[in-house]
Design a protein around this ligand. Sequence first.
Ligand code: ADP
Ligand code: ZN
Length: 523
Amino acid sequence: MIKMQSMQTVLKQYFGFSSFRPYQKDVIEKIIEGNDSLIVMATGSGKSLCYQVPPLVVGKTGVVVSPLISLMQDQVMSLKQRGIRAEFMGSSQTDSTVQNRAESGQFDILYMTPEKACLIPASFWSKLLSVGICLFAVDEAHCISEWGHDFRVEYKKLDKLRGILVDVPFIALTATATEKVRTDIVNSLKMQNPYVTIGSFDRPNLFYGVKSFNRGQSFVHELVQEVSKFVRRDGSTIVYCTTIKDVEQVFKSLKELGIKAGIYHGQMDSKARAESHRLFIRDELDVMVATIAFGMGIDKPNIRQVIHYGCPKSLESYYQESGRCGRDGVASVCWLYYTRSDFAKSDFYVGELQTESQRRAVVESLMAAQQYCLLTTCRRKFLLGHFGEKVLADKCGICDNCISSKRERDMSREAFLLMACIQSCGSKWGLNMPVDILRGSRAKKIIDPQYDKLPLHGLGKDYSSNWWKALGYQLISSGYLMETVNDIYRTVSVSPKGYQFLSSAGPDHQAPLVLPVTSEMVD
Ligand code: ADP
Ligand code: ZN
């Protein structure tokens, strides 16, 4: 009971809050009792308090590993303002005073980069152990896992500290983790029987939507018009681009429209980046155009929309980036604009990865993100399902697919033709080859392997090649076709579900395959 009292006092005295959020209280108690703990909670749910309160309750230092200096600076500053003795140690600076003070137990909370945590000599840890260390927290813990969207080698090395800080509770925190990532975190940090808290990932105030586009000047124009429509007085917008070139182009176009836009990417020097960041946080910009370098630790409550221009590399990163809007609970929107060429481009990136396991993890992530783009059912249900959360309702009512009244029709015949054609040409191509065969092409690439002799050749003349490809992507997203990435190109084949459909009868006899008529099915 005494402990509770002081937890409450700490909360009020240092943080000015009168009550803990339900899970915070449990986690903090477990940590104080010495348990390892894994906390998986949405951004903005108050995870930091879980490692900030115990040191103040027990009067020992809490060490927190965090990936970004800027993030630590912000945290340290805000903790100091609350009268908490906090400091950080980066890998570059020679902060021997900070180290000396830490060794004599002068900090409540000591942040450090993972590099620092790995490099600092064992004598540091033994001194800290003798003056008192009450927890070792690893923030953004998904960086430990190759299955996460932000793998960092240094994070992986943190396990060696387990052998040094034997009885110190290890706390891992992240906002995004699938089951694979969770298991990886627990194993990598050698956590012992950790207390696991997994919150709902749902952000009920966020609208999710996806639009496809064709890359080019006209699209930037369209995007910019769209962005400018949304620019409101009550909040700001982030536009995430996949390349610095896109960032610059979108930024320029917004400026031309007289919109107060800022720019942020990894090739700017740190001073320029910090300035951009500052202007955005202070509401002096309406739109920030950035690569994903702009991200961790943006604790801005009134971001009203996050637009992704280009398909992200994983749903984990997408959910985290888009989740930066609406932190204040006010309705906000997350739009994703993708173009088919994004999918192929990311395959190159896969080809450059070193190990097979890295490649597998990345391909799986890319496929999930791609599936999200092509989805014709509830986006929220899909996203939450990806994070292992079961959603009973089929429609959330606040995503584009739930609110649009899409036309549907029986596409059994067309689906049959496409799947049969993919099978007939050996399942060794992407969608272009079978579509060209169906459309009766007499190109050399068709004549040479004698694909023009296939009985299906020319049976699909009635539809454009875009129409067929759109159908192909729908069949992929509904599981009738499978897409495989081989080094840098993709092949499409018929899945077991597709075989079942094909074999159930001739083209006119199986149960109808009813699919939505998407905006891409244009002739
Ligand atoms: P996370 O690390 O999960 O993204 P933060 O720790 O940054 O979230 O907290 C998000 C916001 O919630 C912060 O503004 C924080 O002050 C606030 N907060 C955290 N715990 C409480 C609480 N018990 N009562 C009220 N506000 C809280
Ligand atoms: Zn929905």
